[in-house]
Design a protein around this ligand. Structure first.
Ligand SMILES: [Zn+2]
Ligand SMILES: [Zn+2]
Length: 595
């Protein structure tokens, strides 16, 4: 059997498809089918690893085409962001030239392979005609109170020299460069995704054609827990603070309270006392540690006593106030109650620092002796040493305790989410500028919609090597601008947006990619949405796949979209491995080209 003459046959048919306009999207679909593969980071040429994704989409699109469906099957480039910028810096090229060059090479490869894309609908997120609308989305969120600036302890990658969203930190490691991430207190922009936590969680039930494992990952990431909040009163002060707990039944067993080092109270409590230096030293140390070190099961927990006490308003008992770095500022209120007898971590901590251990739950039919315990008793049981609640089964008793606290105005039922607001500002050059202006008189003022896009200044004016603050801060011609409200000189926000903001709405741009008046028309959105089949890697389960659901819901609520979920069906594939079983990736240099 002779070999198959790829070149001749491929060329002949590709030419024919092109002449027929076979993959052009019909203007008005009768039986629509929107098939989408996650678009690509143009950090190099397309390789075989990408083709798994694209071939699946190609086969499905052709199948439906032959079955008389009207197909929307577009492609585009996730062109802003760290991957492209890092690759460009490494080669001493500016990010724009590098990115657009890669796009040209990769597009040519995709065309040669003959994937059935409608290239007329290509989107490139680093082009002003696209990021104008990314900025518009920022303004929409700002109008709705869903974009805000706040000082917070944020994830900092010392190697990428930028902040990262929680979703970009996997087990304490930077998603991009794999360096351990530390914490820094900085003023940053956030999207209030937590306002949608409940809907993002509940609507997972609607997604019957999404893989179960992705839904489980999102559920865990959102991390809803039912519990209670209790107020404590700081001794020698009229200040109160609040703790969140999932075990209100153990409130009488609290013997200490642990405060996250990033919490303002941590340094405030010891100020002007002999404990001050020890506490501030500890706080500085903690911020250099990674989240893994702080929360790992194997490392010994440590902390520092503030010299201060608080009153447990339920039990009336005096408890020690500690600062401990195993408490993360992102959990609950950033302050947790320590119940050594009934929580293993608290037990180890109490043993180490000789903090009292008070038993308030006995196993059914048994009686615990705090002095004999070698580990915490964490199960439910019968309450004791708990005043009027003695003798109650602890599950029932926990509810009674909260009801009692509600009556006294010192506690309440509370739902807690693990999900945090989405940190979207980056101290990097290669991204969509944040469309906000800082005026001495007016404060933070949004750029008027008519003045979008806020253009990223040309490379020759910018030293884009990361320094730990935004490179745009030093570009006078970019920064200095008249305040849209009062007309005085003011300055633009120097940060750029997380690349995951760009990709949170690209599926919407494809329905109307050349619209210069709107991000997309509502009519086109009605014709094509939602995506019928979305294909991509599982690594996006708690990042992009959560963000694009969130932005879809926000735009649905503002009347822009006919659907509140972006994709009916999701298909996750694995990764293509090389001969040694390593994931194929440009940065590892083990890629194979398809052509
Ligand atoms: Zn990094
Ligand atoms: Zn002003």
């Amino acid at each position: 059997m002779g070999s198959y003459p790829f070149k001749e046959i491929e060329h002949k048919w590709q030419k024919r498809w092109e002449e027929l306009g076979l993959f052009k999207t019909p203007e008005v679909p009768k039986k629509k089918m929107y098939i989408l593969e996650m678009f690509a980071y143009p950090s190099g040429d397309i390789h075989m690893g990408h083709f798994r994704n694209y071939t699946i989409g190609d086969v499905v699109a052709r199948y439906y085409l032959m079955n008389n469906y009207d197909i929307l099957h577009p492609f585009g480039w996730d062109a802003f962001g760290l991957p492209a910028e890092e690759a460009a810096i490494k080669r001493n090229i500016d990010p724009k030239t590098w990115t657009l060059n890669n796009i040209n090479i990769s597009r040519a490869t995709l065309k040669r392979v003959g994937i059935s894309y409608d290239w007329d609908r290509e989107v490139i997120t680093c082009n002003p005609d696209y990021y104008k609308w990314t900025q518009w989305i920022f303004l929409k969120l700002y109008e709705k109170g869903l974009a805000y600036q706040a000082e917070a302890a944020v994830n900092w990658c010392p190697s990428c020299k930028t902040v990262l969203a929680n979703e970009q930190v996997e087990a304490g490691i930077c998603w991009r460069c794999k360096s351990p991430v530390t914490k820094r207190t900085l003023t940053q922009w956030f999207f209030k995704i937590t306002a949608y936590a409940e809907r993002l969680l509940n609507d997972l039930d609607k997604l019957s054609e999404w893989p179960e494992n992705v839904k489980i990952m999102q559920r865990n990431w959102i991390g809803k827990s039912q519990g209670a909040e209790f107020d404590f009163l700081i001794e020698d002060s009229n200040k109160k603070f609040t703790v969140f707990t999932t075990r209100p039944d153990t409130i009488f067993g609290v013997t200490f309270v642990a405060i996250a080092p990033e919490h303002p109270l941590a340094t405030e409590l010891a100020r002007g006392t002999p404990y001050e230096k020890k506490v501030t030293d500890y706080v500085h140390q903690a911020q250099l540690k990674t989240e893994i070190d702080r929360t790992s099961e194997v490392t010994e927990k440590d902390g520092v006593f503030t010299g201060r006490y608080a009153l447990n308003l339920i039990s009336g008992e005096r408890v020690q106030l500690w600062v401990a770095d195993y408490v993360l500022p992102s959990y609950g209120t950033g302050i947790v109650m320590g119940v050594p007898a009934h929580d293993e971590r608290d037990f180890q901590f109490a043993k180490k620092y000789q903090i009292p251990i008070k038993v308030v739950i006995n196993p059914p039919g048994e009686s615990l002796d705090a002095t004999m315990m070698e580990s915490a008793y964490v199960d439910h049981g019968i309450m004791l040493n708990s005043g009027q609640f003695d003798g109650l089964p602890s599950e029932e008793g926990g509810k009674k305790v909260v009801e009692y606290a509600i009556g006294k105005g010192i506690g309440r039922f509370q739902v807690n989410y693990r999900l945090r607001d989405w940190l979207i500002s980056r101290q990097r050059y290669w991204g969509a500028p944040i469309p906000m202006i800082h005026c001495d008189d007016c404060g933070v003022v949004p750029v008027p919609e008519t003045e979008l896009p806020v253009l990223l200044p040309e490379e020759e004016k910018v030293d884009f090597i990361p320094k730990g603050r935004s490179p745009l801060e030093d570009v006078e011609s970019f920064r200095r601008v008249k305040c849209p409200r009062c007309g005085k000189m003011a300055s633009r926000d120097p940060d750029t947006m997380d690349t995951f903001v760009c990709s949170s709405w690209y599926h919407l741009r494809y329905v109307d990619p050349h619209n210069s008046k709107e991000p997309f028309s509502k009519e086109q959105a009605k014709l094509w949405l939602p995506i019928d089949l979305y294909i991509g890697g599982i690594e996006h389960a708690t990042g992009h796949l959560l963000y694009f659901r969130f932005i879809t819901k926000v735009l649905y609520d503002s009347g822009w979209l006919p659907v509140d979920e972006p994709a009916i069906r999701l298909f996750n594939h694995g990764m293509v491995l090389d001969e040694n079983g390593e994931v194929m990736s440009k940065s590892k240099g083990n890629v194979v080209s398809p052509v």
